[in-house]
Design a binder for this molecule. Structure first.
Ligand code: SF4
Length: 510
């Protein structure tokens, strides 16, 4: 019998209507969490064919979007807060070396130990050595993007150390041997029946009569995790913020699992990307307003935990901070793309993105999905990527981003670089593509020709139904096989413009 985290993989006969194992199994844990899977177009095509996935995503993103809009609308100076967040992040990046050294001094002065990791392998080795030194083979974890980025759980497993995710959604993903598909709601692609089946099959102490009622599912996970919290000697966390002038670390979360991990074990190890700094404690005031409203649509996070080094007799008596580069200094050196490092991982850009809403997170093949993943992943890996094309450039991500990252402009810049590299840009050697480009170039090179060509689509009005055209013969089928074509307008822009100009002339003459 195969096992998962030492638990039996199956509970014979306990779930008569459980889904078949292949519907529970996730995509598997990749060797490189930052860059895995099929190309985006292929993965997106597969995801689009999954109606259940699209339903789950549509329900979840529309709910979070509405909540966010409601609470953001309550803040009269929201735009000023966004400006302040953006300016603070720009200041941090401009003074990063100085602020990191200040952080190190303050953490050390208060009893913590700071480690510097150039890349994933170095960070994983540091953490594994620290855990081994404590003589334990199991650690509890607070949900953390940085540790996912470096594949820490898998690296620890190779060393015989089980890392137990304690965030409910992250636990679901881990039990299913899956990858997260959303920054904030990692199991957004799962519905509650799937979650019940995963618990019954993979969580050894799940009640055999578990139903798919959310409260029951949460209580089953709670009982399972409570035993882990009480026995763990070591906890591993990420950090939402680190305050340079005090050495304080901050984690915000909604379930209280983070608070358990950050206070109960004897040793706490925090892995943090080097860009997560704020200069002063007062600066948290800005981000602790921006982050909860943008992420979960809450006015404040249910749990905001802060700690500064070690406090004798209170909480973990050993604290290690691992500062992770893993490509960030390369991004920092890039003037056009560096603002991607402003990201506070709120996930608002995912929830408004029309591409993300339809294909979900796995299609991006990275722990960072959605619009932020499309700009961050190619920059962190430095590899050719088709992710900058995973966008309609509609600009919705920029409008909601609490730190005003101009994602569309960075996407355009990254696309230009891909073209220069001969990378993942559309295949311009394709015959259909070449013929279409030649025809467009011929029509656009002459004003009269362009005007005549612009009238052609109007004949399509004859075959449209209710304002859309659903099917066209080749080559139009290349478009309509994956999306509808809107009915062309009765009037071209040129016609409209000429009519307006004619009317203006006539009014002048009167
Ligand atoms: S890019 Fe902006 S909106 Fe997207 S996750 Fe980061 S901070 Fe949030």
């Amino acid at each position: 019998m195969s096992t998962f985290l030492g638990m039996p993989a199956a509970r014979g006969g306990s779930a008569p209507d459980a889904a078949a194992p292949d519907t529970l199994a996730g995509v598997g844990r990749p060797d490189d969490p930052l860059h895995w899977g099929a190309s985006f177009p292929d993965a997106a095509r597969t995801a689009l064919a999954n109606q259940q996935l699209r339903r789950n995503l549509g329900n979840a993103t529309s709910t979070i979007r509405a909540k966010r809009a409601r609470v953001v609308g309550e803040v009269p100076d929201w735009e000023e807060l966004r400006d302040a967040g953006s300016a603070l992040k720009a200041d941090v990046l401009a003074r990063l070396p100085e602020l990191l050294e200040q952080l190190e001094r303050n953490v050390t002065a208060r009893g913590g130990v700071v480690h510097w990791a150039r890349d994933a392998a170095e960070a994983n080795r540091i953490v594994a050595d620290l855990v081994r030194a404590k003589g334990t083979d199991e650690v509890v974890k607070v949900k953390s993007m940085a540790t996912q980025e470096i594949g820490l759980n898998e690296a620890l497993a190779e060393d015989g150390i089980a890392a137990v995710e304690t965030d409910l959604a992250e636990l679901i993903v881990q039990l299913a041997d899956d990858m997260p598909s959303h920054i904030l709601v990692p199991a957004i692609h799962r519905n509650r029946t799937e979650i019940r089946d995963i618990f019954l099959e993979r969580m050894g102490d799940a009640p055999p009569d578990l139903t798919d009622v959310p409260r029951e599912l949460a209580m089953a996970a709670r009982a399972h995790l409570r035993r882990k919290f009480l026995s763990a000697k070591v906890a591993i966390s990420g950090a939402n913020f680190a305050v340079a002038d005090t050495g304080t670390l901050a984690v915000v979360e909604s379930e209280g699992n983070g608070r358990m991990c950050l206070t109960l074990p004897e040793t706490l190890i925090t892995v943090m990307g080097i860009e997560k700094l704020v200069p002063t404690f007062d600066d948290l005031e800005v981000f602790l307003q921006l982050l909860p409203r943008s992420s979960t649509g809450e006015r404040m996070n249910p749990y905001t935990s802060m700690w500064t080094g070690v406090t004798p007799g209170d909480g973990p008596q050993e604290f290690h901070l691992v500062l992770l580069d893993n490509g960030r200094t390369t991004v920092l050196a890039d003037e056009a793309g560096r603002s991607a490092l402003h990201c506070i991982r709120c996930s608002a850009c995912l929830n408004v993105c029309p591409v993300y809403e339809r294909v979900g997170g796995h299609a991006y093949g990275s722990v960072y999905p959605g619009p932020i993943g499309a700009i961050l992943t190619p920059q962190l890996t430095g590899e050719k990527s088709d992710l900058p094309y995973a966008s309609t450039l509609c600009g919705a991500c920029y409008e909601v981003c609490p730190v005003k990252i101009d994602i569309p402009s960075i996407l355009v810049e990254l696309r230009a670089r891909e073209v220069e590299l001969g990378g993942a840009a559309p295949d311009t050697s394709d015959r259909v593509w070449q013929a279409a480009m030649k025809a467009a170039s011929f029509a656009m090179a002459d004003g009269d020709r362009f005007r005549r060509a612009a009238r052609v689509p109007r004949v399509l009005r004859a075959i449209s139904r209710h304002g859309v055209i659903r099917r066209l013969p080749f080559p139009g089928s290349l478009w309509t096989r994956s999306r509808d074509l809107p009915e062309p307008p009765r009037q071209t822009f040129h016609d409209w413009w000429e009519r307006r100009a004619r009317q203006a002339r006539q009014e002048d003459e009167r």
